[in-house]
Design a protein around this ligand. Sequence first.
Ligand code: NAD
Ligand code: TYD
Length: 339
Amino acid sequence: MKLLITGGAGFIGSAFVRMVVGQTDYHAVNLDKLTYAGNLENLSAVEGSERYRFVHGDICDAALVDSLLAEERPDAIVHFAAESHVDRSILSPEPVVRTNLNGTFTLLDAARRHSVPRFLHVSTDEVYGSLEAPAEAGEDYPLNPSSPYSASKAGSDLLARSYFVTFKLPVVITRASNNYGPYQFPEKLIPLMITNALDAQPLPVYGDGQQVRDWLYVDDHCRGILAALAKGREGEIYNIGGNRSLPNLDVVRQVLAATGRGESLITYVKDRPGHDRRYALSSEKLMRETGWEPVTNFEAGLSRTIEWYRANTAWVSRVRSGEYRAYYERNYGGRALAR
Ligand code: NAD
Ligand code: TYD
């Protein structure tokens, strides 16, 4: 089995590559543009493996994708590559639309021409938009995305589905909830709060901090993708959740307690425009059809994650230098006093 994995140098993609190369006998070809979020340090564990190849390139580059499929003839494409952050999609929507929509189109169309036997499109519960409690989104819940990021993911899901319906490309779509774990770029809630807490820096909480997210440990997500890849039915969508809903403020307080910092670091800042109040999803379909389930308890996963950031200060300082500082200033600079 040979997989073409896109975005394998990012947070979830690198966890997936490490899992595939370390725990299966699959071959992995990783196509990644190495944007600010792509980091080959995340893949040092697989670098020497003869079952792993890295290709530096853009999923929007049709000629490159075409020649790679002709050369490698993968049994499946597992498509992670995306601009993945809501705040950046608000500050700069153009790369989000380009990679998430045009890039997914480029891959789907090449996969169709090369008759790739399986195309797993990695998506998000954010496509369902904000849900009032106690509703949970099943896979047929209406799409109601709020941000340029979630709208681009919803659009890419629909394109992927159209390639199944129209061209019979064997597409499977997964939609996961909020991931956390080692190697996550510290722009998302949990790694940002951990790295700031470890440095005794303010923890910027948007609005009232009562927004609810479902938290999924990254390895549970990757096992869910492997289950959907092996057993998911063509043309179907599978939600992948962690079965652990928490308001942001509870998450932030747990980070503070686990890092030994006081709550005085919490700083309420101006809310994110279009901020979704609550995500909630049911993963019953994937569980029923494949036997997968999330196994990592949130407290255990959080403490493992905090230990990783504590132990990997060189990784943290490298990813937080340069571009990250400019982003941080752009996103948080005007927010602090404006609640
Ligand atoms: P990430 O931002 O950490 O990594 C994205 C990777 O894609 C990087 O390695 C980057 O270099 C690469 N990339 C970006 N544009 C590219 C392009 N044009 N061509 C080739 N490579 C490109 O993202 P992540 O958090 O690992 O998310 C991976 C996927 O999972 C995304 O599709 C995202 O929508 C989805 N997802 C993420 C979460 C989450 O909580 N992070 C939840 C559900 C779904
Ligand atoms: P994020 O990790 O960006 O994921 P998403 O918006 O895709 O769910 O944010 C998770 C939640 O945390 C979301 O409600 C926004 C909130 N948040 C903050 O309060 N402060 C922050 O600095 C960040 C990055 C997020």
